[in-house]
Design a protein around this ligand. Sequence first.
Ligand code: NAP
Length: 505
Amino acid sequence: MGRHVRVAVIGSGFGGLGAAVRLRREGITDFVVLERADSVGGTWRDNSYPGCACDVPSHLYSFSFAPNPDWPRTFSGQPHIRAYLERIADTFGLRPHLRLGHEVLLVRWDSDALHWEIETSRGAFTAEMVVSATGPLSDPKIPGIPGLDRFPGKVFHSARWDHGCDLRGKRVAVIGTGASAIQIVPVIQPEAARLTLFQRTPPWVMPRADREISAAERGLHRALPFTGALRRTLLWGIREAQVQAFTKWPNTLGLVESLARANMAKAVKDPELRARLTPSYRIGCKRILISSTYYPALARPNVDVVASGLAGVRGSTLVAADGTEAEADVIIFGTGFHVTDMPIAERVVGADGTTLAEAWKDGMESLRGATAAGFPNWMTVIGPNTGLGNSSMILMIEAQLNYLADYLRRLDALGTAGGRAALVARPSAVRAWNDRVQERMKRTVWNTGGCTSWYLDENGRNTTIWPGTTTEFRRATRQVDLAEYEVIRPAGHAKGRTAGKETVR
Ligand code: NAP
């Protein structure tokens, strides 16, 4: 048996590091952060493609407890965000807790011992509670394309950028037109001899109001921290108001579509190309992308837009679903991530011996985005239906950390009152929560906007997005409602049966 800790956190991106800070602030130091890579940062470590930056302004896309007056741009680039997370690890004394190079292979609930057994690539642990912060954007998805394995050139995914691959003078194919691809295209277009973009569905793209944050502004935020907080509040408030259009009044988004059309018309003069680039679904149904350089890049003479998905590869010839062919030396997949089929779920075995993936075979679902029936003392940060279409995920992560802190306080209280205990979400509570979420989802733009997106699972159910404001989610996760949980005691415990369950009200 390996080392026992009170809490094991999986992942060291914003979610995992945030959880670690919160645990320390709650006075809990008996925890580890298991990270498969050799440094912290999660998606902001893995995505180092040229042009990688955040679409949410930096003063909002940062922890409320760790404001950074020195953000260099309104939308900071990946190197700055990654450096911010490294600083979080230092400033909050997280290094001693980090177990880098520890890939979690299996997590199994031991109903007798009331703890999780964790196998990692570098040894075993047991933990009273597991916080899974593996993130929805951690495992790249490359579609199964016939003939791809025989392509003679280089092939890589946007999140696994091959920095040794010189694109100068090459025929480059970019597959996909999501947030990653549209940042990559303008940066590599001047280098490539020819760039072919395989677009299955055109995105809506709004202008990007990115600028340097002046030295004066930064000085002000440093000298008077409340000005930074004010800036953050303003950015948050605007998005909080905007979300109502996505969740309640999708028809009002037509106006935003005109702005996106104008953004395209400014750069793309060829009406035929404009037609190919114009979406046929409501803006916001897929993530709204922001770029002021994407359309100008597509209008350059060395770029071809194939308005059809990549369907096959024959030697160095790429064949689209509509039969269009293009030659390439390098293929770059901007085809996204395994989101609705969260890969860690395959490795988690709950109280009745089934994996979380089996439990979620008809779609992910949790209680308040965090816990799952059958998986005691298990919590997901950025769990089902906690994603946002228009604001900062850090707000949602921090709300979930409030829930985590309260959960641990409840466990403490139960322990003091009656010996060791674990909590497990009641199936009825999970169902009630998801029914409410799915009911609200019905009128949102994500469900009614006429598109498919990675927000929807293979059954067409939206298991990723939160259909409300961040304030509502924060309120819903401020405290653990014990009526939504069963209390489990160890075998032979005086108050219960074997691994007995109590009802607490
Ligand atoms: P994504 O949004 O899932 O986009 C994947 C793209 O690949 C889609 O355009 C999809 O087309 C396309 N695709 C899949 N198979 C294809 C095929 N066979 N042929 C042609 N195209 C194909 O992935 P992503 O761009 O990596 O972004 C994922 C998420 O990461 C974003 O939504 C965002 O949350 C985050 N992100 C944020 C930023 C930022 O803040 N700036 C940057 C990058 C990523 P369909 O639309 O037809 O499915």
